[in-house]
Ligand binder design. Structure first.
Ligand code: HPA
Length: 287
């Protein structure tokens, strides 16, 4: 492992993890799916599964959050070979941003071409309701703007360029395809399109912070996803992202409402099936 003030891994570490996985499964996934809080059951719907707990895979760190299983599931969804992360790494767990994105780079070495990221998020947009599904059209990388960036450190050109463009981070075709799926499934009433803002967590936001994020133009806030998306774009993967709005953030000092992790998990159960349906239908349509 190399330590140069940013990236903690050598290319060989990613390669070893990828080689180990390729030696232990016949699946050759072209699509990777990251399951957010309470959204892990999506991985259970894969057929012909091969499952690898993170602790068995070379260089994979352990995931520590309740509600995140911490395993890779290989299998097929709608006839497509996929790999699913049940449990992701979060910055708030103490992982560096380069650790958070470690699996994404391994996926690219496996031959994955498209990444689907899901998460639970707080609704900032006043029009959003609890249970809405928000297709992510763009993001604000708040930790990244402040210097905590997954690509900080020596750049490895084998993954991508030093200064990658992310103005097209979320693939327009996948986005439109997902909208089509939502329409077909009869879910249009609770589908939104918006901007996801990543914060470091683990405390939820203060009222003043929520007002700030709303003023910045964010529609939803969460503690994940953005680092993974940047690393994926850096190494040339197409990305689709979707947030389940599990709570409305508090923006008034008159409000008695308080967000808590149990509420977030409960709501994710409520609409997890709908989110699963959209993702699964989308996978079926991806070229
Ligand atoms: N804030 C940050 N992260 C979250 C929230 C929230 O309100 N809800 C779910 N994840």
């Amino acid at each position: 492992m190399a330590c140069d003030g940013g990236c903690r891994y050598d290319y060989e570490d990613y390669q070893e993890a990828a080689d180990w996985l390729l030696a232990h499964t016949d699946q050759r996934p072209r699509i990777a799916i990251v399951c957010g809080s309470g959204l892990g059951p999506l991985g259970n719907t894969l057929e012909d599964q091969t499952v690898f707990p993170y602790q068995d895979i070379p260089h994979f760190p352990k995931s520590t959050v309740a509600g995140h299983a911490g395993r890779l599931v290989f299998g097929t969804l709608r006839g497509k070979s996929c790999v699913c992360m049940q449990g992701r790494y979060h910055f708030y767990e103490g992982h560096s941003s380069s650790t958070v994105v470690f699996p994404i780079r391994v996926f690219s070495l496996l031959g994955v071409e498209s990444l689907i990221v899901t998460n639970a998020a707080g609704g900032l947009n006043e029009k959003y309701n609890v249970g809405d599904l928000m297709l992510i059209k763009d993001h604000i990388n708040l930790p990244g703007l402040a210097g905590e960036h997954p690509l900080r450190g020596t750049n490895d050109e084998r993954f991508g360029v030093r200064f990658p463009c992310v103005s097209d981070a979320y693939d327009k075709d996948l986005h439109d395809l997902a909208l089509e799926c939502a329409q077909e499934l009869g879910y249009k009433d609770f589908i939104r399109e918006g901007v996801y803002c990543m914060v470091g967590g683990p405390s939820y936001e203060t009222i003043a912070e929520c007002c700030l994020l709303r003023a910045l133009g964010a529609d939803a806030v969460g503690m994940s996803t953005v680092a993974e998306v940047i690393a994926a774009r850096h190494c040339g993967l197409r990305v689709f992202g979707i947030s389940l709005i599990t709570n409305k953030v508090v923006t008034s000092y008159e409000s008695q409402e308080k967000v808590n992790h149990e509420e977030v998990l409960q709501t994710s159960l409520l609409r997890a099936q709908a989110l699963q349906d959209v993702v699964s239908q989308l996978v079926g349509k991806v070229a």
